[in-house]
Design a protein around this ligand. Structure first.
Ligand SMILES: [Zn+2]
Length: 349
């Protein structure tokens, strides 16, 4: 009887263990399963950061999604770059009246680089923490948008929605570096003209809730580099007009301008997108030595770089004058170079 009791207990334990293992495997499987979140994570795990974005893996992932039976979209890959290594993916959901102007939803494939050592999780692991946060470079800018388009279409198709106008979804490369080989060539192409686009929705800002703010304009980015020159001299002497002195003066002037713009935002009189933002991004000076820099020598050249964003309401000439007269005046042996991502502004010295 006792033996039977033990046998039953062992059987029960065995079944219990088997059952818990099955449940555990199911939970793990669920995590690896196809849900909007896991699809998003898989897209995030593709390293599309500059300088070597893996466009082909990103395109092939999105293509597989688009061709799956629940989406069943028309798929086209275009490439206008000289080496044919910067592809554009174009998805199409045919409307019931394709002669009407179409709708285009755009997002970019590439991301800015990440410094893995500064991250709590590797930037392309797309780890999801227990509180639901997903860690990945490009999650907000702008892979969430790419996935949201697909999930929205998936939901609409599941509800048997059929659009009147044709809907296109485009995934473009090189946005983070100006888009010259991406969107810029795409919008000039015959293929784009044939889409007969009546309305475009591009990337905006990620939202933690279900509401999204629609922006109807974007700021123009400028890269401003200011350079100063002066006689080199011993570190012990107080020279006038040294390269470093002149650069530091300019950095102070730029910082004051930055503050004046930021103050307007802090006072609640304008949004971030409505003022000119200026951010220092690098300072280059000094004479290198095997252990760092020569410390008893004042260098003859120094430069600093700023990332500037102009709202559509700002006058570019106002800023050009300001750069020439205050940020890098000739009177202080300064020169400047400003490169806009936008081709029409091109470069000016
Ligand atoms: Zn973006």
């Amino acid at each position: 009887m006792k033996n039977l009791h033990y046998s039953l207990l062992s059987l029960f334990l065995f079944l219990f263990l088997l059952f818990s293992i099955q449940i555990q495997t199911q939970t793990q499987e669920q995590q690896q399963q196809d849900t909007p979140i896991t699809r998003f994570q898989r897209y995030l795990q593709i390293n599309t950061a500059h300088p070597n974005p893996d466009y082909s893996s990103a395109i092939s992932f999105l293509k597989t999604q688009a061709e799956a039976p629940d989406l069943n979209l028309q798929v086209q890959t275009l490439d206008f770059s000289p080496n044919k290594d910067k592809p554009i993916l174009l998805l199409t959901w045919l409307g019931s009246n394709p002669s009407l102007p179409s709708l285009l939803f755009n997002s970019h494939l590439d991301s800015v680089p990440a410094e893995p050592s500064k991250w709590s999780h590797p930037p392309f692991s797309a780890v999801r923490s227990s509180d639901g946060h997903i860690y990945a470079r490009g999650a907000q800018d702008d892979k969430c948008i790419a996935i949201q388009y697909l999930e929205a279409i998936r939901n609409l198709k599941a509800k048997h929605f059929s659009p009147i106008r044709t809907i296109h979804v485009s995934y473009v490369p090189e946005e983070e570096i100006g888009g010259a080989d991406g969107a810029a060539k795409f919008v000039e192409s015959k293929e784009f003209e044939d889409l007969n686009v009546g309305f475009v929705l591009d990337e905006g800002q990620a939202s933690p809730g279900d509401e999204f703010r629609v922006f109807y304009a974007d700021r123009t980015p400028w890269n401003v580099i200011i350079k100063s020159k002066g006689a080199p001299g011993h570190g012990s002497r107080l020279y006038d007009n040294s390269a470093m002195e002149n650069l530091v003066k300019s950095i102070e002037v730029v910082s004051r301008f930055r503050e004046s713009q930021f103050d307007v935002v802090k006072a609640g009189k304008a949004a971030f997108s409505e003022v000119i933002s200026v951010n220092p991004v690098y300072v280059k000076a000094g004479i290198p030595s095997p252990t760092g820099f020569v410390m008893n020598m004042q260098p003859s050249e120094a430069e600093a770089g700023f990332n500037v964003r102009l709202p559509p309401t700002a006058d570019p000439d106002f800023l050009r004058r300001r750069i020439a007269e205050e940020w890098a005046p000739e009177t202080r042996n300064m020169t400047y170079q400003s490169v806009s991502y936008i081709t029409i502004l091109s470069t000016f010295d």
